[in-house]
Design a binder for this molecule. Structure first.
Ligand code: NAP
Length: 347
């Protein structure tokens, strides 16, 4: 654990009250809006599973839902003036403690990982469609950082990018949550991988298995031989520039990138790429991750085979979760940060 100041433990549970400790936000804002307090355990819908959270990953989506930025997030239905779900957190790993009447894939006691609603808490609900059995070979902490970023990387490379063995792949944003999975998956799928990251993270990208690394603060992405596939996960490199690093029939898949305007987050770059694509020989496209267990099952196979190991940059307690999001905001997170909720079982 990092030597961060521990928040005061919230009030003890009232016997029989069914409460839990959680991170709660009553309004949108920076990590300062997050409070560590005791709340009621979530109610279970008939198709949902109640997970006793052992570990929860921190991802960019959680940051966007915390801040309500870009505003598109609010318009998309997450709450116009305040978050509809006051407990943040998506990535989860833990043990099933209750199942809804219509749940067929899980029973009490199963170890699972996937995407929940409000995972920065001792208990979280998740649709059974968004959970998969936890691979036995990894810890709850590793499983807790895997789903959101891992399935996005998988869909970008395989479903959208149509990666083939032997292709040259450029991964922009290789040291982050999605990138740390994309590098390992691309290698597992037989690609020659160039990973792009900041200077302090080039060693990490190399350790993940990249054949070559480029520093986005210094190196020209168009240097060297062109690439068959570019997965753009970081920064806001102009599409025209990315096209110069592609082969004439290559594919660009835009996953995301921070620093756009407050209304749209700069999604115009993705839209422009899709609109230009029919008029050029290259295929320019984007990905919007589908949160379905079939992708988590595929990811779990790569993890079980040893080809992919979820990479944890920093560990935090539940009370320290605001600090994890603060560091992400400052661009100081590496791979995935994990919130360890039940320390005794997580590693
Ligand atoms: N489309 C979807 O369904 C989907 C799903 C998940 C995430 N996303 C989006 O994808 C993006 C990345 O998510 P993440 O969780 O991987 O974020 P992250 O963990 O914060 O990683 C960001 C990455 O971008 C790199 N980077 C920063 N500035 C850069 C620049 N100027 N040029 C090139 N690379 C730069 C970082 O490298 P250094 O830190 O080493 O500088 C890091 O590798 C976010 O915008 C997120 O919202 C989209």
């Amino acid at each position: 654990m990092h030597d961060l100041e521990e928040a005061a433990d919230p009030a003890p549970e009232t016997p029989g009250a069914g409460t839990m400790k959680a991170i709660v936000q009553d309004r949108y804002g920076s990590a300062d809006v997050l409070e560590f307090r005791r709340v009621s355990r979530p109610a279970l819908e008939s198709t949902e599973v109640l997970v006793e959270v052992h570990a929860a990953g921190v991802d960019r989506g959680t940051w966007h839902l915390m801040t309500g930025l870009p505003y598109l997030v609010r318009i998309a239905g997450f709450g116009l003036t305040r978050p509809k779900q006051p407990i943040p957190g998506l990535d989860v790993a833990g043990r099933v403690v209750a199942v809804g009447d219509e749940v067929t894939r899980f029973t009490v006691g199963d170890e699972v990982f996937g995407i929940a609603s409000g995972s920065l808490a001792e208990y979280a609900t998740a649709s059974e469609d968004k959970l998969a059995p936890k691979p036995g070979a990894i810890s709850f902490e590793q499983a807790g950082v895997a789903a959101v970023s891992g399935i996005t990387a998988l869909q970008a490379l395989v479903e959208v990018g149509r990666l083939e063995v032997g292709q040259r792949v450029l991964i922009v944003g290789a040291s982050g949550g999605v990138g740390s999975f994309a590098v390992q998956l691309a290698k597992a799928l037989g690609a020659e991988v160039t990973g792009v990251a900041g200077p302090s993270n080039l060693d990490l990208v190399q350790s993940l298995g990249a054949d070559h690394v480029l520093d986005h603060t210094r190196d020209d992405l168009t240097q060297g031989d062109p690439h068959d596939l570019i997965i753009d996960i970081g920064g806001r490199t102009r599409v025209a520039r990315l096209r110069r690093a592609l082969t004439p029939r290559g594919t660009l898949v835009i996953v995301g990138g921070e620093g756009g305007d407050r209304l749209t987050g700069g999604i115009g770059r993705q839209i422009r790429a899709v609109l230009v694509s029919p008029f050029v020989s290259q295929r320019l496209t984007m990905v919007i991750s589908k949160e379905h267990h079939s992708f988590m099952d595929q990811l779990a196979e790569h993890i079980s085979s040893g080809a992919v190991t979820p990479s944890i940059g920093r560990r935090f307690t539940l009370a320290q979760a605001p600090e994890a999001l603060r560091l992400m905001d400052q661009g100081q997170s590496r791979a995935k940060s994990v919130i360890t909720v039940r320390d005794q079982d997580a590693r």
